[in-house]
Design a protein around this ligand. Structure first.
Ligand code: ATP
Length: 273
């Protein structure tokens, strides 16, 4: 069974191998993960996987638990219950191997506005132990990949919001990860900048074979051929290929499917199409 089969059949991923076979393992496997902040349960027995070289959308309204899940995958928080694997490497047991394969773009911006685009990249590369010369080559490479090569010398302060986001994506690619997590990467951007970023990220999947987990509350960011995980109030309500999720929920589109899955009569505030 391929990782894609495992995703679409909803089979659990309990068997994260102790000696990972990187080619066979899902890019990301989440198995029975729960998390509570004191008495507040933010994630309840979450399970899904991201197939290699796929674009998986994690759809949930504010408060669904997306950021909490990202904090667990990246080890900002310790895992209370369940297991998380990145290409078969258990995040809790072999964090070095797992995190080496992971790039992340978090919701809050974390660029130095007074440095240039390239300086931001070189600084980040140094933190990753990448030598100066190699770092320069990689900076050119990632800026070209994300359509920012012409802004290499610009101060970050002079970039548009969308360009800053693309720079953060470029930075997340510097150490050549195989799995990229993006948490609400288009929040606050105009329609064109949102579309540009989605196009670039989808190209990373199609052309570079990078696996992407794209967290969003925006229905119109879900593509027809995407894998989809619907997260609501800390629970996975549906997962699989987007058209199948919609059909199984009895919806005509992602909006109506989401409303049926969550039992809401009206589109919730913040969920836009
Ligand atoms: N540090 C915290 N302490 C207590 N509760 C928290 C904390 N962080 C998140 N929560 C709660 O956990 C639940 C999930 O929050 P989380 O931020 O993971 O959701 P989200 O889907 O990322 O939403 P958003 O996009 O608004 O950040 C929410 O009920 C939230 O109020």
């Amino acid at each position: 069974m391929t990782a894609t089969d495992a995703f679409s059949s909803g089979q659990d991923t309990r068997d994260i191998p102790s000696r990972p076979d990187v080619m066979a393992a899902p890019a990301l496997s989440i198995d029975g993960v729960s998390h509570a902040y004191g008495a507040r349960r933010a994630l309840i027995d979450i399970g899904f996987s991201v197939a290699p070289a796929s674009f998986t959308a994690l759809l949930g309204l504010n408060g669904a638990g997306k950021s909490t899940l990202f904090s667990l995958i990246t080890r900002l928080f310790g895992i209370q219950h369940g297991r998380i694997g990145i290409f078969g490497h258990d995040v809790a047991r072999t964090p070095g191997e797992a995190l080496r394969l992971l790039g992340v773009v978090f919701q809050p911006r974390t660029l130095d506005l007074d440095l240039s685009v390239t300086q931001n990249l070189l600084y980040h590369a140094a933190l990753h132990g990448i030598g100066r010369r190699d770092a320069r080559g990689r900076s050119h490479e990632v800026l070209a990949r994300i359509g920012l090569a012409d802004r290499a010398g610009s101060k970050v302060r002079d970039l548009s919001g969308g360009q800053m986001r693309r720079l953060e994506i470029a930075r997340a690619l510097l150490h050549r990860p195989r799995l990229l997590l993006l948490d609400e990467a288009t929040v606050g951007l105009d329609v064109k900048a949102r579309a540009d970023i989605l196009t670039h990220v989808r190209e990373l999947v199609a052309e570079q074979g990078i696996s992407v987990l794209w967290a969003t509350h925006l229905f119109d960011e879900i593509g027809a051929s995407d894998d989809l995980v619907v997260l609501h109030q800390g629970r996975v309500l549906a997962k699989g290929e987007a058209p199948r999720v919609i059909a199984d929920a009895g919806g005509s589109d992602i909006n109506t499917a989401f409303m049926r899955l969550t039992g809401s009569a009206e589109p919730s505030a913040g969920a836009t199409s």
